[in-house]
Write a protein that binds this ligand. Sequence first.
Ligand code: NAD
Length: 434
Amino acid sequence: MTAKRITEVLQKKAVGITINPYQMMLQQLDLARVHTSIPDGIWKILRSPERSLEVSIPIIRDDGEIEVFTGYRVQYSSARGPCKGGIRYHPGVTLDEVKALAGWMTWKCAVANVPYGGAKGGVVCDPTRLSEREVERLTRCYTARILPIIGPKQDIPAPDVNTNASIMNWIVDTASQLRGEAVPGIVTGKSIELGGALGRVEATGRGVMFITIGVLQRLGIDLSHATIAVQGFGNAGSVAARLLSKQGGKVVGLSDISGGYYCSEGFDVDDVVRYVKGSPGHLLAGYNASGIEEITNEELFTLDVDVLIPAALEAQITSQNAARVRANVIIEAANGPTTPEADVILAENEIVVVPDILANAGGVVCSYFEWVQNIQCLPWEEEETNQRLGKVMQRALREVLDLSKERNISLRLAAFVLGVERVAQAAILRGVFL
Ligand code: NAD
Protein backbone atom coordinates (compact mmCIF):
# COMPACT_ATOMS: atom_id res chain seq x y z
CA MET A 1 0.00 0.00 0.00
CA THR A 2 1.40 3.42 -0.89
CA ALA A 3 1.67 6.18 1.69
CA LYS A 4 -1.04 8.13 -0.21
CA ARG A 5 -3.42 5.15 -0.13
CA ILE A 6 -2.80 4.55 3.59
CA THR A 7 -3.60 8.22 4.22
CA GLU A 8 -6.87 7.93 2.24
CA VAL A 9 -7.89 4.85 4.23
CA LEU A 10 -7.06 6.61 7.50
CA GLN A 11 -9.12 9.65 6.50
CA LYS A 12 -12.13 7.46 5.65
CA LYS A 13 -11.86 5.69 9.00
CA ALA A 14 -11.42 8.96 10.85
CA VAL A 15 -14.99 9.79 11.87
CA GLY A 16 -16.55 8.18 14.91
CA ILE A 17 -13.94 5.55 15.76
CA THR A 18 -12.85 4.68 19.26
CA ILE A 19 -9.17 5.40 19.38
CA ASN A 20 -7.07 2.39 20.30
CA PRO A 21 -3.50 3.54 21.05
CA TYR A 22 -1.98 0.23 19.94
CA GLN A 23 -3.72 0.41 16.56
CA MET A 24 -2.56 4.02 16.37
CA MET A 25 1.07 3.04 17.02
CA LEU A 26 0.84 0.27 14.39
CA GLN A 27 -0.67 2.70 11.86
CA GLN A 28 2.25 5.08 12.42
CA LEU A 29 4.65 2.15 12.02
CA ASP A 30 3.00 1.02 8.79
CA LEU A 31 3.10 4.55 7.36
CA ALA A 32 6.87 4.55 7.96
CA ARG A 33 7.36 1.18 6.32
CA VAL A 34 7.16 2.45 2.75
CA HIS A 35 10.15 4.68 3.49
CA THR A 36 12.35 1.80 4.67
CA SER A 37 13.72 -1.33 3.02
CA ILE A 38 13.26 -3.58 6.05
CA PRO A 39 12.73 -7.22 4.97
CA ASP A 40 9.23 -8.71 5.47
CA GLY A 41 10.32 -11.22 8.12
CA ILE A 42 12.00 -8.58 10.26
CA TRP A 43 8.96 -6.36 9.82
CA LYS A 44 6.77 -9.13 11.25
CA ILE A 45 9.02 -9.22 14.32
CA LEU A 46 8.79 -5.44 14.75
CA ARG A 47 4.98 -5.43 14.62
CA SER A 48 4.44 -7.42 17.84
CA PRO A 49 5.64 -7.10 21.41
CA GLU A 50 8.11 -9.73 22.66
CA ARG A 51 6.30 -10.30 25.93
CA SER A 52 3.07 -9.11 27.60
CA LEU A 53 2.47 -9.96 31.24
CA GLU A 54 -0.86 -9.44 33.03
CA VAL A 55 -0.91 -9.68 36.81
CA SER A 56 -3.56 -9.46 39.51
CA ILE A 57 -2.66 -7.30 42.48
CA PRO A 58 -4.56 -8.04 45.70
CA ILE A 59 -4.16 -5.46 48.45
CA ILE A 60 -5.74 -4.95 51.84
CA ARG A 61 -7.46 -1.55 51.84
CA ASP A 62 -7.23 0.67 54.91
CA ASP A 63 -10.74 -0.48 55.94
CA GLY A 64 -9.57 -4.12 55.99
CA GLU A 65 -11.33 -5.15 52.75
CA ILE A 66 -9.38 -6.96 50.03
CA GLU A 67 -9.39 -5.34 46.58
CA VAL A 68 -7.82 -6.86 43.48
CA PHE A 69 -6.31 -4.59 40.82
CA THR A 70 -4.98 -5.50 37.38
CA GLY A 71 -1.51 -4.60 36.18
CA TYR A 72 0.56 -5.10 33.04
CA ARG A 73 4.16 -5.06 31.94
CA VAL A 74 4.88 -5.21 28.22
CA GLN A 75 8.36 -5.67 26.79
CA TYR A 76 8.08 -4.61 23.17
CA SER A 77 11.65 -5.17 22.03
CA SER A 78 15.01 -6.04 23.57
CA ALA A 79 16.85 -6.04 20.23
CA ARG A 80 18.97 -2.99 21.14
CA GLY A 81 19.42 -3.67 24.85
CA PRO A 82 17.51 -4.12 28.12
CA CYS A 83 13.88 -3.03 27.91
CA LYS A 84 13.07 0.40 29.33
CA GLY A 85 9.86 2.27 30.07
CA GLY A 86 7.69 3.90 32.71
CA ILE A 87 4.84 2.67 34.88
CA ARG A 88 1.46 4.39 34.71
CA TYR A 89 -1.26 4.35 37.39
CA HIS A 90 -4.54 5.39 35.77
CA PRO A 91 -8.14 4.12 35.58
CA GLY A 92 -7.93 4.15 31.76
CA VAL A 93 -4.93 1.78 31.53
CA THR A 94 -5.52 -1.15 29.13
CA LEU A 95 -3.23 -3.84 27.76
CA ASP A 96 -3.40 -2.19 24.33
CA GLU A 97 -2.41 1.17 25.78
CA VAL A 98 0.59 -0.41 27.51
CA LYS A 99 1.56 -2.23 24.29
CA ALA A 100 1.41 1.06 22.36
CA LEU A 101 3.47 2.90 24.96
CA ALA A 102 6.04 0.05 24.98
CA GLY A 103 6.28 0.29 21.19
CA TRP A 104 6.78 4.05 21.27
CA MET A 105 9.49 3.55 23.92
CA THR A 106 11.28 1.15 21.56
CA TRP A 107 11.39 3.64 18.67
CA LYS A 108 12.18 6.53 21.05
CA CYS A 109 15.24 4.83 22.58
CA ALA A 110 16.48 4.11 19.07
CA VAL A 111 15.91 7.71 17.89
CA ALA A 112 17.85 8.99 20.93
CA ASN A 113 20.39 6.23 20.24
CA VAL A 114 20.54 4.97 23.83
CA PRO A 115 21.27 1.22 24.17
CA TYR A 116 17.81 0.14 25.27
CA GLY A 117 14.81 -1.70 23.97
CA GLY A 118 11.32 -0.55 24.92
CA ALA A 119 8.81 -1.52 27.59
CA LYS A 120 5.96 -0.04 29.61
CA GLY A 121 3.88 -0.93 32.64
CA GLY A 122 0.54 0.10 33.98
CA VAL A 123 -1.92 -0.56 36.78
CA VAL A 124 -5.65 0.02 36.32
CA CYS A 125 -6.40 2.21 39.34
CA ASP A 126 -7.35 5.72 40.36
CA PRO A 127 -4.54 6.71 42.74
CA THR A 128 -6.49 9.80 43.85
CA ARG A 129 -8.93 7.39 45.56
CA LEU A 130 -6.19 5.47 47.39
CA SER A 131 -4.35 6.50 50.54
CA GLU A 132 -0.57 6.79 50.44
CA ARG A 133 -0.24 3.48 52.34
CA GLU A 134 -2.59 1.79 49.85
CA VAL A 135 -0.50 3.10 46.93
CA GLU A 136 2.58 1.66 48.67
CA ARG A 137 0.94 -1.77 49.11
CA LEU A 138 -0.26 -1.73 45.50
CA THR A 139 3.25 -0.83 44.31
CA ARG A 140 4.96 -3.51 46.38
CA CYS A 141 2.58 -6.24 45.24
CA TYR A 142 2.79 -5.14 41.58
CA THR A 143 6.60 -5.19 41.89
CA ALA A 144 6.58 -8.71 43.37
CA ARG A 145 4.35 -9.94 40.54
CA ILE A 146 6.46 -8.47 37.71
CA LEU A 147 9.81 -9.13 39.44
CA PRO A 148 10.58 -12.29 37.41
CA ILE A 149 10.87 -10.17 34.25
CA ILE A 150 12.42 -6.89 35.49
CA GLY A 151 15.98 -6.07 36.55
CA PRO A 152 18.91 -3.80 35.64
CA LYS A 153 19.89 -6.12 32.78
CA GLN A 154 16.35 -7.13 31.77
CA ASP A 155 13.85 -4.32 32.00
CA ILE A 156 14.10 -1.07 33.94
CA PRO A 157 10.87 0.78 34.90
CA ALA A 158 10.60 4.54 35.58
CA PRO A 159 7.90 7.09 36.49
CA ASP A 160 5.05 7.96 34.12
CA VAL A 161 1.54 9.36 34.63
CA ASN A 162 0.62 9.38 38.37
CA THR A 163 3.85 7.67 39.47
CA ASN A 164 6.87 9.38 41.02
CA ALA A 165 10.14 8.96 42.93
CA SER A 166 8.39 7.57 46.06
CA ILE A 167 6.84 4.79 43.99
CA MET A 168 10.22 4.03 42.39
CA ASN A 169 11.77 3.91 45.91
CA TRP A 170 9.23 1.26 46.99
CA ILE A 171 10.04 -0.77 43.88
CA VAL A 172 13.78 -0.64 44.71
CA ASP A 173 13.10 -1.69 48.30
CA THR A 174 10.69 -4.52 47.40
CA ALA A 175 13.02 -5.90 44.72
CA SER A 176 16.09 -5.62 46.98
CA GLN A 177 14.29 -7.37 49.89
CA LEU A 178 13.04 -10.20 47.68
CA ARG A 179 16.33 -10.70 45.82
CA GLY A 180 18.46 -10.40 48.96
CA GLU A 181 20.78 -7.88 47.30
CA ALA A 182 20.77 -4.16 46.56
CA VAL A 183 19.31 -3.49 43.11
CA PRO A 184 19.16 0.32 42.80
CA GLY A 185 19.53 0.01 39.00
CA ILE A 186 16.21 -1.85 38.72
CA VAL A 187 14.38 1.47 38.23
CA THR A 188 15.26 5.03 37.28
CA GLY A 189 13.60 8.18 38.56
CA LYS A 190 14.13 7.20 42.21
CA SER A 191 15.19 9.62 44.97
CA ILE A 192 18.76 10.94 44.85
CA GLU A 193 19.47 9.33 48.26
CA LEU A 194 18.77 5.89 46.74
CA GLY A 195 20.87 6.41 43.62
CA GLY A 196 18.64 8.71 41.57
CA ALA A 197 20.26 11.09 39.09
CA LEU A 198 20.39 14.82 39.71
CA GLY A 199 18.34 16.38 36.91
CA ARG A 200 16.09 13.34 36.25
CA VAL A 201 12.90 14.96 37.60
CA GLU A 202 13.29 17.82 35.14
CA ALA A 203 14.76 15.82 32.26
CA THR A 204 11.62 15.27 30.15
CA GLY A 205 10.64 18.95 30.34
CA ARG A 206 14.25 20.01 29.76
CA GLY A 207 14.40 17.80 26.68
CA VAL A 208 11.16 19.40 25.45
CA MET A 209 12.81 22.79 25.97
CA PHE A 210 15.90 21.83 23.91
CA ILE A 211 13.71 20.48 21.11
CA THR A 212 11.40 23.53 21.11
CA ILE A 213 14.32 25.95 20.94
CA GLY A 214 15.99 23.91 18.17
CA VAL A 215 12.85 23.65 16.03
CA LEU A 216 11.95 27.32 16.44
CA GLN A 217 15.50 28.25 15.39
CA ARG A 218 15.12 26.16 12.20
CA LEU A 219 11.78 27.88 11.51
CA GLY A 220 13.29 31.32 12.11
CA ILE A 221 11.05 32.01 15.14
CA ASP A 222 12.68 33.71 18.12
CA LEU A 223 11.63 32.06 21.41
CA SER A 224 11.45 35.47 23.09
CA HIS A 225 8.67 36.42 20.66
CA ALA A 226 6.92 33.04 20.88
CA THR A 227 3.66 32.31 22.66
CA ILE A 228 3.16 28.86 24.17
CA ALA A 229 0.20 26.77 25.40
CA VAL A 230 0.67 23.59 27.44
CA GLN A 231 -1.92 20.88 28.11
CA GLY A 232 -1.07 18.86 31.25
CA PHE A 233 0.67 20.43 34.23
CA GLY A 234 2.34 17.36 35.72
CA ASN A 235 5.99 16.39 35.51
CA ALA A 236 6.46 16.82 31.74
CA GLY A 237 4.17 19.84 31.19
CA SER A 238 5.02 21.95 34.24
CA VAL A 239 8.78 21.63 33.80
CA ALA A 240 8.57 22.35 30.05
CA ALA A 241 6.43 25.44 30.74
CA ARG A 242 8.74 26.67 33.49
CA LEU A 243 12.00 26.17 31.56
CA LEU A 244 10.62 27.64 28.33
CA SER A 245 9.36 30.72 30.17
CA LYS A 246 12.78 31.04 31.86
CA GLN A 247 14.33 31.04 28.38
CA GLY A 248 12.10 33.96 27.35
CA GLY A 249 9.02 32.20 25.91
CA LYS A 250 5.59 33.58 26.85
CA VAL A 251 3.38 30.82 28.29
CA VAL A 252 -0.18 32.05 27.70
CA GLY A 253 -2.22 28.84 28.07
CA LEU A 254 -2.13 26.11 30.73
CA SER A 255 -4.52 23.26 31.50
CA ASP A 256 -4.83 19.98 33.36
CA ILE A 257 -7.59 17.49 34.12
CA SER A 258 -9.38 20.15 36.21
CA GLY A 259 -9.57 22.73 33.36
CA GLY A 260 -7.38 25.53 32.13
CA TYR A 261 -6.46 29.22 32.10
CA TYR A 262 -5.44 31.81 29.52
CA CYS A 263 -3.25 34.83 30.26
CA SER A 264 -2.44 37.10 27.32
CA GLU A 265 0.44 38.72 29.21
CA GLY A 266 2.01 35.35 29.99
CA PHE A 267 1.85 33.38 33.24
CA ASP A 268 4.34 33.66 36.05
CA VAL A 269 4.94 29.89 35.73
CA ASP A 270 6.93 29.67 38.99
CA ASP A 271 3.90 31.07 40.78
CA VAL A 272 1.60 28.50 39.14
CA VAL A 273 4.02 25.70 40.12
CA ARG A 274 4.00 26.94 43.74
CA TYR A 275 0.19 26.98 43.72
CA VAL A 276 -0.14 23.47 42.25
CA LYS A 277 2.35 22.03 44.77
CA GLY A 278 0.00 23.02 47.61
CA SER A 279 -3.39 22.67 45.90
CA PRO A 280 -5.81 19.79 46.53
CA GLY A 281 -4.83 16.92 44.19
CA HIS A 282 -1.99 19.14 42.85
CA LEU A 283 -4.41 20.59 40.30
CA LEU A 284 -4.64 23.99 38.60
CA ALA A 285 -8.28 24.44 39.70
CA GLY A 286 -8.70 27.54 41.87
CA TYR A 287 -5.55 29.30 40.62
CA ASN A 288 -5.95 33.06 40.60
CA ALA A 289 -3.78 35.88 39.28
CA SER A 290 -4.46 39.18 37.56
CA GLY A 291 -5.31 39.00 33.85
CA ILE A 292 -6.17 35.30 33.72
CA GLU A 293 -9.38 33.80 32.37
CA GLU A 294 -10.74 30.28 32.59
CA ILE A 295 -10.70 28.12 29.47
CA THR A 296 -11.45 24.46 28.75
CA ASN A 297 -8.96 21.89 27.47
CA GLU A 298 -10.68 22.07 24.09
CA GLU A 299 -10.24 25.86 23.98
CA LEU A 300 -6.56 25.50 24.87
CA PHE A 301 -6.01 23.52 21.66
CA THR A 302 -7.53 26.32 19.56
CA LEU A 303 -5.46 29.19 21.03
CA ASP A 304 -3.63 31.34 18.51
CA VAL A 305 -0.11 30.52 19.74
CA ASP A 306 3.23 29.73 18.16
CA VAL A 307 3.80 26.53 20.13
CA LEU A 308 1.28 24.01 21.46
CA ILE A 309 2.63 21.39 23.86
CA PRO A 310 0.30 18.48 24.65
CA ALA A 311 1.72 16.97 27.87
CA ALA A 312 -1.16 14.84 29.21
CA LEU A 313 -2.44 11.67 27.56
CA GLU A 314 -2.88 9.95 24.19
CA ALA A 315 -5.35 10.93 21.45
CA GLN A 316 -5.98 14.54 22.49
CA ILE A 317 -5.61 16.01 18.99
CA THR A 318 -7.95 14.01 16.78
CA SER A 319 -9.90 14.33 13.54
CA GLN A 320 -12.53 16.11 15.65
CA ASN A 321 -10.42 19.10 16.72
CA ALA A 322 -7.27 19.13 14.53
CA ALA A 323 -8.74 21.59 12.02
CA ARG A 324 -9.23 24.13 14.82
CA VAL A 325 -5.59 24.02 15.98
CA ARG A 326 -3.97 27.40 15.21
CA ALA A 327 -0.44 26.85 16.55
CA ASN A 328 2.51 26.92 14.12
CA VAL A 329 4.29 24.07 15.90
CA ILE A 330 3.15 21.16 18.08
CA ILE A 331 5.77 19.67 20.38
CA GLU A 332 4.51 16.31 21.67
CA ALA A 333 5.63 16.08 25.30
CA ALA A 334 2.95 13.42 25.88
CA ASN A 335 3.10 10.00 24.27
CA GLY A 336 0.69 9.55 21.37
CA PRO A 337 -1.26 12.84 21.77
CA THR A 338 -1.99 13.14 18.02
CA THR A 339 -3.91 10.51 16.06
CA PRO A 340 -2.78 9.57 12.53
CA GLU A 341 -5.99 11.13 11.15
CA ALA A 342 -5.22 14.41 12.94
CA ASP A 343 -1.67 14.27 11.55
CA VAL A 344 -3.10 14.42 8.03
CA ILE A 345 -5.21 17.49 8.83
CA LEU A 346 -2.34 19.25 10.61
CA ALA A 347 -0.03 18.59 7.65
CA GLU A 348 -2.62 20.06 5.25
CA ASN A 349 -2.66 23.17 7.45
CA GLU A 350 1.14 23.28 7.39
CA ILE A 351 1.45 22.83 11.15
CA VAL A 352 4.81 21.33 12.11
CA VAL A 353 4.42 18.35 14.48
CA VAL A 354 7.49 17.30 16.44
CA PRO A 355 6.71 13.70 17.39
CA ASP A 356 6.72 12.24 20.89
CA ILE A 357 9.44 9.71 20.12
CA LEU A 358 11.79 12.66 19.63
CA ALA A 359 10.27 15.49 21.68
CA ASN A 360 9.89 13.70 25.03
CA ALA A 361 13.00 11.51 24.83
CA GLY A 362 14.77 13.63 27.49
CA GLY A 363 13.28 11.47 30.25
CA VAL A 364 14.66 8.21 28.95
CA VAL A 365 18.00 9.74 28.01
CA CYS A 366 18.46 10.94 31.59
CA SER A 367 17.20 7.56 32.86
CA TYR A 368 20.00 6.02 30.82
CA PHE A 369 22.46 8.36 32.58
CA GLU A 370 21.02 7.30 35.96
CA TRP A 371 21.40 3.62 35.08
CA VAL A 372 25.02 4.18 33.96
CA GLN A 373 25.75 5.97 37.28
CA ASN A 374 24.15 3.07 39.22
CA ILE A 375 26.22 0.46 37.37
CA GLN A 376 29.41 2.44 37.93
CA CYS A 377 28.45 3.52 41.49
CA LEU A 378 29.63 6.96 40.40
CA PRO A 379 27.17 9.88 40.67
CA TRP A 380 27.52 12.84 38.28
CA GLU A 381 27.07 16.55 38.90
CA GLU A 382 23.72 17.89 37.67
CA GLU A 383 25.48 20.23 35.26
CA GLU A 384 27.15 17.27 33.55
CA THR A 385 23.80 15.48 33.18
CA ASN A 386 22.11 18.57 31.71
CA GLN A 387 24.96 19.23 29.28
CA ARG A 388 25.01 15.62 28.07
CA LEU A 389 21.22 15.65 27.77
CA GLY A 390 21.40 18.76 25.59
CA LYS A 391 23.96 17.10 23.31
CA VAL A 392 21.92 13.90 22.87
CA MET A 393 18.65 15.78 22.23
CA GLN A 394 20.27 18.17 19.76
CA ARG A 395 21.90 15.30 17.87
CA ALA A 396 18.61 13.40 17.66
CA LEU A 397 16.79 16.52 16.49
CA ARG A 398 19.42 17.20 13.84
CA GLU A 399 19.23 13.62 12.55
CA VAL A 400 15.43 13.70 12.34
CA LEU A 401 15.34 17.14 10.68
CA ASP A 402 17.99 16.09 8.15
CA LEU A 403 16.20 12.84 7.28
CA SER A 404 12.90 14.68 6.95
CA LYS A 405 14.50 17.14 4.53
CA GLU A 406 16.44 14.51 2.58
CA ARG A 407 13.38 12.29 2.00
CA ASN A 408 10.78 15.08 1.98
CA ILE A 409 8.73 13.42 4.72
CA SER A 410 7.13 14.68 7.95
CA LEU A 411 9.12 14.81 11.17
CA ARG A 412 7.02 11.93 12.56
CA LEU A 413 7.78 9.74 9.56
CA ALA A 414 11.45 10.69 9.72
CA ALA A 415 11.66 9.85 13.43
CA PHE A 416 9.90 6.53 12.89
CA VAL A 417 12.13 5.65 9.94
CA LEU A 418 15.27 6.51 11.94
CA GLY A 419 14.16 4.58 15.03
CA VAL A 420 12.64 1.56 13.30
CA GLU A 421 15.63 1.14 10.97
CA ARG A 422 17.97 1.11 13.97
CA VAL A 423 15.87 -1.53 15.73
CA ALA A 424 15.59 -3.57 12.50
CA GLN A 425 19.36 -3.43 12.02
CA ALA A 426 19.88 -4.81 15.54
CA ALA A 427 17.28 -7.54 14.90
CA ILE A 428 19.03 -8.51 11.63
CA LEU A 429 22.45 -8.64 13.29
CA ARG A 430 21.14 -10.83 16.13
CA GLY A 431 19.32 -13.21 13.80
CA VAL A 432 16.36 -15.38 14.73
CA PHE A 433 16.84 -17.60 17.79
CA LEU A 434 16.24 -21.31 16.86
P1 NAD B 1 1.80 13.44 35.42
O1 NAD B 1 0.92 12.45 36.09
O2 NAD B 1 2.90 14.06 36.20
O3 NAD B 1 0.91 14.63 34.80
C1 NAD B 1 -0.15 14.39 33.93
C2 NAD B 1 -0.87 15.72 33.73
O4 NAD B 1 -1.87 15.54 32.72
C3 NAD B 1 -1.59 16.21 34.98
O5 NAD B 1 -1.46 17.62 35.07
C4 NAD B 1 -3.04 15.84 34.72
O6 NAD B 1 -3.98 16.64 35.41
C5 NAD B 1 -3.10 16.05 33.23
N1 NAD B 1 -4.21 15.32 32.59
C6 NAD B 1 -4.54 14.03 32.73
N2 NAD B 1 -5.63 13.75 32.00
C7 NAD B 1 -5.96 14.89 31.38
C8 NAD B 1 -6.99 15.25 30.48
N3 NAD B 1 -7.91 14.35 30.10
N4 NAD B 1 -7.05 16.53 30.02
C9 NAD B 1 -6.13 17.42 30.44
N5 NAD B 1 -5.13 17.15 31.27
C10 NAD B 1 -5.05 15.90 31.74
O7 NAD B 1 2.37 12.70 34.12
P2 NAD B 1 3.68 13.06 33.28
O8 NAD B 1 4.78 12.20 33.78
O9 NAD B 1 3.87 14.53 33.21
O10 NAD B 1 3.25 12.48 31.86
C11 NAD B 1 2.49 13.24 30.95
C12 NAD B 1 2.72 12.70 29.55
O11 NAD B 1 4.12 12.78 29.25
C13 NAD B 1 2.34 11.22 29.37
O12 NAD B 1 1.90 11.02 28.05
C14 NAD B 1 3.66 10.51 29.58
O13 NAD B 1 3.67 9.22 29.00
C15 NAD B 1 4.59 11.48 28.89
N6 NAD B 1 5.99 11.33 29.28
C16 NAD B 1 6.37 11.48 30.57
C17 NAD B 1 7.71 11.31 30.89
C18 NAD B 1 8.22 11.49 32.30
O14 NAD B 1 9.45 11.40 32.49
N7 NAD B 1 7.39 11.78 33.27
C19 NAD B 1 8.64 11.00 29.89
C20 NAD B 1 8.21 10.88 28.57
C21 NAD B 1 6.88 11.05 28.28
